[in-house]
Design a protein around this ligand. Structure first.
Ligand SMILES: [Zn+2]
Ligand SMILES: [Zn+2]
Length: 194
C-alpha cells in the first residue's frame, strides 16, 4: 500500500497528522499522462467531520524536465497549500475517464472534492491533480541560462560561437540592446539609448 493511502480507523477525533513521502511515479492514476517528478512530500492533518474527511496541509515536489532554452535537464521545485474534502459515497457524476473525474473534482475555489467508498482514503488522486495543475508551462535549468545558439546550436552556457550577426529575431530579442549594437555596429550608441 502506498503511504498516501490512509486507513480510516487511523483518523481519530483529534485528526491524523500526515507526513508522508512517495515517489512521484507511484501517484500516477492509471491512464494519466506521465510526469517526470521527484518524490512528493505531503504534510498536514486529516480530520473527520461526519461523512467528510478533510485534509489540510501542503504538498511539495520537484518537476524534472528539460530546459526550454538549452534542452539540458531542469528541475523546478513546487510547493502548494492544499485543502481536500473527501465525501463518503459515490460521485454524483460517475465517470470511467480520469480526465472527466479531474474536472468534476475541482471547483473554482481551488478546493479539491473527491468521493470515496472504501475504508481506505486514497490521497493519491488529489495529490496528482494538484501536481498536474501546478505543472510549469516551461522550465529553465537556471534563470540565467544562455540557451542554444539558434544558428549553430552551440550550448552558449558551455561555449561561444561566431554566429552573432545572425538575423534571427530571437537572438535580437534575447540580447536586447546589445544585440542591436551587434547588428548595426555603425549606429551611434547614444541614439540607441534615446
Ligand atoms: Zn538551460
Ligand atoms: Zn552559433
Amino acid at each position: 500500500m502506498n503511504v498516501f493511502q490512509i486507513p480510516l480507523p487511523a483518523v481519530t477525533d483529534e485528526g491524523l497528522a500526515i507526513d508522508a513521502e512517495s515517489p512521484g511515479a507511484d501517484l500516477r492514476p492509471e491512464g494519466a499522462a506521465e510526469l517526470l517528478l521527484g518524490s512528493v512530500h505531503l504534510k498536514g492533518t486529516l480530520s473527520n467531520d461526519g461523512d467528510e474527511f478533510i485534509f489540510n496541509g501542503h504538498l511539495e515536489t520537484t518537476y524534472l524536465g528539460q530546459c526550454d532554452r538549452c534542452l539540458g535537464p531542469a528541475e523546478t521545485p513546487f510547493r502548494t497549500d492544499v485543502l481536500w474534502i473527501f465525501v463518503q459515497g459515490t460521485s454524483p457524476q460517475p465517470s470511467e475517464e480520469f480526465e472527466d473525474d479531474e474536472e468534476d473534482a475541482t471547483l473554482d475555489d481551488g478546493v479539491i472534492r473527491a468521493y470515496f467508498e472504501d475504508n481506505i482514503l486514497d490521497l493519491r488522486g488529489a495529490a496528482w491533480e494538484e501536481i498536474v495543475l501546478g505543472t510549469p508551462l516551461k522550465q529553465l535549468c537556471s534563470e540565467t541560462c544562455a540557451g542554444l545558439c539558434p544558428v549553430c546550436g552551440t550550448n552558449l552556457n558551455e561555449s561561444s560561437c561566431d554566429c552573432r550577426t545572425a538575423e534571427d529575431s530571437e537572438t535580437l530579442e534575447n540580447k536586447g540592446l546589445q544585440g542591436l549594437k551587434d547588428l548595426y555596429p555603425d549606429m551611434n550608441p547614444d541614439r540607441l539609448e534615446d
